[in-house]
Design a protein around this ligand. Structure first.
Ligand SMILES: [Zn+2]
Length: 334
């Protein structure tokens, strides 16, 4: 094995479109100390980042407050970042040397009552993707911790149809196996796993079976590899383990269908508090040590170096670092 060449990787990261498809700022709309750490993300060479505005049981009003809070803050930080709603906005951000930021929603539970009416305003506000069910079931479908998965419901189908109409990407991370499979079977556009690792490398309820990886690739979608230690393997997170997950997906479906969705949590205490407060949706809350051991955007250069060191060609590394997500956005966003 060649030694990782950090100088070559650094240069590659500078040239490449680097897209991290999921990050977690604290769900506190006025906490600008953590929002300001997006400056470090930009400095690490990231060009596009998707920031979470809510998950699972978090109430609808909190999702809306986060969208408003982040939108206001991004507006005030226009010297280095830009809220993006379309592929053209990403191109403009890159031309200006700015970090492109958009939003994601983890689970359709907030739509159990309001239904499809919220989707178009959310898309216009900058929500780029939404996943179906966050670990537990909701009115749309089942989550990945459910023992029995009732599949995608009619309500879920209506939400997905509206997402397709307004150009929001459908994601199956956190979602149950049968529900995810049914989302992909009925799709006529790429479906993603924004931040899910292959279970064949490490068995965990949040990781996905090879048949889901294949079904995702068949839609033209991408599996985003997650940097949280709990999903990478036993022991602390490492770049080498993360690259093992990338290599597995690439070996199954090729380098066109794997990317990064590092799931980096900026406020580790907030994560610890959520895990402790929500045992029903986090049945493994005891493994806190690995949950807070994570590979973040700062290590994307090291990921590129590891890939190059294992013999990946530069074109493949460009795809994995961001071009694959751009392809999906071009196919779905309007
Ligand atoms: Zn998640």
């Amino acid at each position: 094995m060649m030694m990782p060449d950090f100088a070559e990787a650094e240069e590659l990261v500078r040239d490449a479109l680097v897209w991290d498809n999921h990050a977690c700022l604290p769900l506190r709309p006025g906490d600008h100390d953590f929002f300001a750490r997006l400056r470090d993300v930009a400095a690490a060479g990231v060009d596009v980042i998707s920031v979470n505005v809510g998950f699972g049981p978090v109430p609808l009003e909190q999702h809306e407050a986060m969208i408003a809070g982040l939108t206001g803050w991004i507006g005030s930080a226009g010297d280095f970042c830009r809220l993006v709603r379309a592929v053209a906005d990403i191109e403009a951000a890159r031309a200006e040397g700015k970090l492109a930021v958009f939003f994601d929603v983890e689970g359709m539970a907030p739509l159990d009552e309001g239904g499809e009416a919220l989707i178009e305003p959310w898309r216009k506000a900058g929500v780029g993707w939404m996943l179906v069910a966050y670990n537990a079931a909701n009115r749309a479908g089942s989550g990945c911790i459910e023992e029995t998965d009732g599949g995608l419901t009619d309500h879920g189908k209506r939400i997905l149809a509206e997402m397709r109409r307004v150009g929001m990407i459908a994601c199956c991370s956190h979602t149950g196996h049968r529900t995810a499979m049914e989302v992909m079977e009925q799709a006529d556009a790429p479906v993603i796993f924004s931040h899910s690792n292959p279970a064949a490398v490490f068995a965990h309820y949040r990781n996905i079976a090879d048949d889901l990886v294949r079904a995702c690739a068949e839609t033209g979608g991408v599996v985003g590899i997650n940097g949280i230690g709990s999903f990478l393997g036993d022991g602390p997170a490492s770049v080498a383990r993360l690259v093992d997950h990338i290599e597995h997906v690439a070996s199954l479906v090729g380098t066109d269908h794997v990317g990064l969705g590092l799931d980096y949590v900026f406020d580790k205490q907030e994560l610890v508090d959520y895990l402790a407060a929500m045992p029903k949706i986090f049945p493994d809350a005891a493994s806190l040590e690995n949950a807070t051991s994570m590979i973040g955007p700062q290590q994307i250069g090291a990921i590129a170096a590891e890939l190059l060191g294992r013999g990946a060609d530069r074109g493949a590394v460009h795809k994995i670092l961001g071009e694959n997500w751009l392809r999906v956005a071009r196919a779905v966003w309007r």
